[in-house]
Write a protein of this length. Structure first.
Length: 276
């Protein structure tokens, strides 16, 4: 089980709104002594010349060939990000990907990563698509979120499912350095066959054995939608990361998000870690 992220990928574009995800990626990479992979996503404005470019030199060749204001802005953004990474002692490489790249093309960039970071409003691909194609956990960071760090105060939305257990495993690098971890169980009384006699107790004990600063919270939604209950609890407790599992049906290439996950993605207020 990993206790640190060592390869972190993030997507960025030409607009300034996408730069906030780079700042969070650099901060997270510095904390974990990780290598960053900045993936610039381009719209196919002209005939495709290079569908894959590795490193700054290759990126420069691509930009020079296309010669559009859009691509120039992407290059400027990559230079700014490289300066930011260098300032914080973080190693970084750049790649180029087209917005209409197929699933295998996306996977080629993500299969070797511990974590994929995207901005909620600026991502070129949906979290569902990235999860299904790349396999790595996806960290969704809303642009409006003003927190300075991610993963110091964690809420694990626990529903006693395999997907939630998988999400917990992927979150262990965050949990290992967290100041606070809360296991949140909502409406367990409605599903006693799933949660057992002591809902959430076993997974809380498991995390405690890993020396996580963990506590267990059980609550009822009292008729309120479960996503809204979780959201209110997260805000009230100053959480900076929500960990949640996603459901997949790989045989038909479909990712099915539960009501909690899909509702949260529709209006995220804090960073959300998704795994399947």
């Amino acid at each position: 089980m990993l206790n640190q992220f060592k390869s972190i990928a993030f997507f960025f574009g030409e607009n300034e709104q996408g730069s906030y995800i780079a700042e969070h990626a650099v901060a997270l990479a510095q904390r974990h002594d990780a290598h960053l992979i900045g993936i610039a996503y381009l719209e196919p404005l002209l005939d495709r010349y290079v569908g894959f470019a590795r490193g700054e030199a290759a990126m420069r060749q691509t930009m020079n060939y296309l010669r559009s204001e859009y691509e120039k802005k992407v290059l400027e953004a990559s230079q700014h990000i490289e300066e930011l990474a260098s300032k914080h002692g973080v190693s970084i490489e750049f790649r180029v990907i087209w917005s209409d790249t197929d699933a295998q093309g996306i996977a080629n960039h993500l299969l070797h990563c511990d974590l994929v970071m995207i901005g909620f409003e600026t991502a070129p691909f949906s979290p569902e698509r990235l999860l299904l194609t790349g396999g790595a956990p996806v960290l969704v960071v809303p642009q409006a979120w003003q927190g300075k760090s991610i993963g110091r105060r964690i809420i694990l939305a626990w529903n006693a499912s395999r997907q939630a257990r998988r999400a917990l495993a992927e979150a262990m690098p965050f949990i290992a350095s967290a100041e606070q971890v809360k296991v949140l169980v909502v409406n367990a009384e409605k599903h006693p066959e799933r949660y057992g006699e002591d809902p959430g107790a076993d997974i809380t004990a498991y995390l405690a054995r890993h020396e996580a600063p963990v506590t267990l919270e059980r609550m009822s939604s009292n008729g309120t939608a479960v996503p809204d209950t979780i959201r209110s609890y997260a805000v009230a407790n100053g959480a900076d990361l929500l960990v949640i599992g996603a459901y997949s049906r790989a045989r038909i290439g479909e990712l099915l998000l539960g009501g909690v996950t899909r509702n949260w993605l529709s209006k995220p207020s804090i960073p959300l870690l998704l795994a399947q």
